[in-house]
Write a protein that binds this ligand. Sequence first.
Ligand code: PMT
Length: 415
Amino acid sequence: MLQDKKIIVGITAGIAAYKAAILVRALVKKGAQVQVILTEKAKKFVTPLTLATLSKRPALSALANEADGTWHNHVELGLWADLMLVAPATANTLAKMANGQADSLLLTTYLSARCPVVVAPAMDLDMYAHPSTRENLRRLAAFGNIVLEAPAGELASGLVGQGRMMEPEDIVAALERVLGRGRELEGLRALVNAGPTHEAIDPVRFIGNHSSGKMGLAIARELAERGAQVCLVAGPIALRLEHPRVERVDVVSAREMLQACLDRWPGMDCAILSAAVADYRPAEVAPRKIKRDGEALRLELVPNPDIAAEMGKAKRPGQILAGFALETNDELRNAQAKLQRKGLDFIVLNSLAEPGAGFAHDTNRVTLVDALRPPVPFPLKTKDQVAADIVDHLALRLGRAGNMPDPGSVQQAAD
Ligand code: PMT
């Protein structure tokens, strides 16, 4: 996918700049032509010599070459590129990009670029969570740029949280998807639910589960980037998703999620239900905080509605409804039973027995179970890649796959 693609790698002044060297090397190994543009301050973190050696081209930073009086033509650079990546993108550069500032070669090139622009932010967790940074990322996404949200983990400061730059191999995979992606879902209306639900016990406590929302947000992003208009119904999760084609509806409980999904379902072409919906809720919610009195506390639980089954009943011809099955044993049999019982067209099976699969991981290992074909198992992949496989299958089911190969046949060939 990257062979002979012309890629500008913009590097700004953050500690993650050291990883940009690995990124440049990985892109060159994949056959891409890489032009590095780094800010003056980024040179304190990684040298132009290293980057020029790895990319086999001079690494540029200044707007003009003072030695011979020539200038580096940002317009030509912007037109040359098939894709521009800014990684790491600091809070400062993101703010400048969001506001059209043009005081460096990197920024003038960004403003001139007609190709897709991808940003991989990296900064400390409080800077990343700051409303001004969030607003800048939202604006950049609204302008059509692709934001690779920073994963959570240990940061250079020693703090732990969201803000570390996405790993170079994941950025490379994301660029392959951007360059390989069609717009075959243009005009499609898709509903995705994601995250857990919280079922109140009293004003301070609830029953919940470990769903982070990563899987569902990856699906929503993938659908939107292929042109679909997405309604994301999200349970209580901390993750954010900035995309101009994603409308987000936040809910807390299963009953709120049911209402939000059912209200929108008639106007949708398809839905992918990845939420981990609580099957039970307390029969009564205590109006005040339950006091500890040393005695055992018994909660009576009543069943919650089954959102997938309700949507299955309301499904009209032509709509495609997909669910997930989270299993710990008898995986395939249970998934097939859920497929039938809930009136789904296909179900994505993931098992908690698999290392790296299920809740909260950045990876997942799934099997696509479709009533119309034998199950298709996939290897362990990032949740973004899993989302791409699921959306490939959805596109096939909707008759919108174009010339795209059938993901099942590709997977079986790989096996
Ligand atoms: O959010 P992450 O941390 O990334 O984790 C992802 C995930 C593990 C939550 C996701 O991959 C997943 O498996 N989601 C479904 C979890 C689940 O509740 O599975 P289930 O087998 O209990 O439910 C089957 C299907 O019915 C699901 O589509 C579920 O959304 C739906 N359901 C379940 C119960 C209920 N009351 N209403 C429902 O709609």
